[in-house]
Design a binder for this molecule. Structure first.
Ligand code: G4F
Length: 348
């Protein structure tokens, strides 16, 4: 009989890629979806439609803030594997909504773990943890042994979810693993994250659909990989005999500035920077047009300056190996967004 996987947060980038991967492996996939009104449901399906898997997934209403809903879902779905991807995942928003973010990203996984302990204790459990937990890291690269120093409500909320996962594994023997994933992007990335904001905005500027791209901190460094590679690692973690924690990362770090430069090049611009700090601007040498402007309102109250991961453990124990590198990732995203803008089909 096919194994059943429950994916919370099915409407997000990772939910869509993971569902596609698990369907390919013969799983029955049930996707948990949080919706506030029936009118919003079509938009929540967009990523599943883009991957042409919307009809292959059973959807259930799911909210990490509501314990009765969590328990009912586990009782009816009876999952063999649970992937907890649901979260308020935008770091900048967590400064404005710290309590909501902690409720969903920190107490939410705890609620789910407690329900798993009581109702489906043999199910394998994946918690979507994050490199944001390393925050102001004192050493580089970061791995499973690096001390945590979160720099945002999102970071400390996720740290609660991570430790709850470790504790339920150690206290009750749950097969609960925590994947500490560095930034992972794709053409299905939400438009609020910096990579997708850059590729979509530059494609729009090229096609006369937007005036200028406004960004915050250009010097932040991130370890960016392709989301499709990372969801496979999530599944590999749950196939181990022993649950454990794993870092998934590319091992390369690039600045936001360098992401902009690479994307601009892919879209045919010849970007030149002028000015400095809050007054810095990016101009297209060929046309003289202003492409990028710094907007200090986009700076964060506390920033994670630089992240770079060491995924040696995942590579050795799981055999995990990312296939797509930085240049290919930027190209993939820039080309997808240019196609969408040209065809007037920006839905995701
Ligand atoms: O793309 P970001 O918003 O991603 P961030 O904050 O690194 O978080 C992402 O990765 C985490 C994994 O480490 C996930 F856990 C989390 O859920 C999310 O997926 O910002 C990246 C960097 C930051 O330093 C930010 O200050 O880009 C900088 N940045 C500069 N201008 C901007 C902008 N970020 C955004 N979103 N928008 C800007 O205009």
């Amino acid at each position: 009989m096919a194994r059943t996987a429950l994916i919370t947060g099915i409407s997000g980038q990772d939910g869509a890629y993971l569902a596609q991967f698990l369907l390919g492996m013969g799983y029955r996939v049930v996707g948990g979806l949080r919706r506030s009104s029936s009118g919003a449901i079509a938009r929540l399906h967009e990523r599943l439609h883009e991957l042409q898997i919307a009809d292959d997934i059973a959807l259930v209403d799911f909210d990490l803030a509501e314990i009765t809903n969590i328990m009912r879902t586990l009782e009816t779905v009876k999952p063999d594997e649970i992937y907890n991807l649901a979260a308020q995942s935008f770091v900048a928003l967590s400064f404005d909504q710290p309590i909501y973010t902690t409720e969903v990203d920190g107490v939410g996984p705890l609620r789910l773990l407690e329900a798993v302990r009581q109702l489906t204790p043999t199910a394998r459990f994946y918690q979507a943890s994050t490199s944001e937990m390393f925050g102001k890291a004192r050493t580089a690269p970061q791995d499973e042994t690096t001390p945590f120093y979160p720099r945002s409500p999102y970071g400390f909320a996720k740290l609660l979810g991570h430790w709850a996962t470790v504790n339920y594994r150690e206290s009750y023997g749950l097969r609960a693993s925590s994947g500490i994933l560095f930034n992972h992007e794709s053409p299905l990335r939400g438009r609020e994250f910096v990579t997708r904001k850059i590729t979509l905005s530059l494609a729009r500027i090229k096609h006369g659909d937007l005036d200028v791209l406004e960004l915050g901190n250009l010097e932040a460094k991130r370890d960016w990989g392709f989301a499709g590679d990372y969801v496979k690692g999530m599944w590999q973690m749950l196939q181990q005999d022993e649950a454990d924690d794993f870092v998934l990362a590319s091992g390369e770090s690039h600045t936001v500035r360098s992401f902009v430069e690479t994307a601009a090049r892919r879209l045919g611009f010849d970007l030149e920077w002028v000015g400095a700090g809050a007054y810095e601007r990016g101009i297209d040498r060929r046309s003289g047009k202003l492409l990028v402007r710094v907007n200090p309102a986009l700076y964060r109250p506390a920033e994670v300056d630089a992240l770079v991961g060491n995924s040696k453990k995942a590579r050795q124990v799981l055999g995990w190996q990312p296939a797509i590198g930085f240049d290919e990732l930027v190209t993939l995203m820039a080309e997808a967004d240019e196609r969408r803008v040209r065809d007037n089909s920006v839905r995701v």
